[in-house]
Design a protein around this ligand. Sequence first.
Ligand code: HMN
Length: 288
Amino acid sequence: MKGIFSALLVPYDENGNIKEEGLRQLVRHNIDVCGIDGLYVGGSTGENFMLSTEEKKRIFEIVKDEAKDQVKLIAQVGSINLKEAVELGKFATALGYDSLSAVTPFYYKFDFSEIKNYYDTIIRETGNNMIIYSIPFLTGVNITLNQFAELFENEKVIGVKFTAADFYLLERLRKAFPNKLIFSGFDEMLLPAVVSGVDGAIGSTFNVNGKRAKEIFELGRKGEIEKAYQVQHVTNDLIEGILSNGLYQTIKEILKDKGVDAGYCRQPMKKLNEEGIKFAKELSAKYL
Ligand code: HMN
């Protein structure tokens, strides 16, 4: 459970339905072309929080069926409907997912005892391992070092997906919990995270830029910082372009350029206009 994990995109057709064949192609592209170590399924990148329970299940099913045991699979099952999270967790566990992950419950201001109960419930009901998904800039939920310590007391909480630029907290976590898995979540800060000792990274841009991410990860771990930064600089030129044009839409357009039927984003996310598509194709030609 270490290394570079793509936060899997999901291709949707013009009506927002899952493009099953495109999803299978994308799984293959990640494994065969990008050479990633694992897939994080059902995350923000999969547009998960806009889907029905049945759609989320279908995605878990297709991905497992296509990837088999070739790479590690993490199922993000978090939902502020705790019953749904448990149902999805049981489903993914039965399919053979290596671990679950769940976003911190958001929207309402849940207190820490409620957050802890949410994780303990999913773990108790599913029996699977759990990776806390912490992404404060989207959820507004900040977990302190002491609160992480309380969550980590449950031995089934094997780690955290840490999507934040708080390198002080990251350092404190690394020192305090050498045996828990820490995955960084911002692809543009991969190298600083690797230097801070993360075990891996989970990111959206790895769906197209997985090879460079692996290089950064491996060079960084060997202490070859200068070389690693060269790769991070090119990566960030690409990411800067992607972010300026529309994150998931642009990655999907790049994937189409590479022959993957990556479809569109689901509404309310908008489509790229002609100019945006052209720009994505230029990024694809220049960087990938
Ligand atoms: C997920 O839940 O799908 C991902 O793990 C999220 C991941 O951390 C990405 N964050 C978001 O998309 C909000 C990053 O890969 C991000 O897309 C990238 O660093 C560009 O900012």
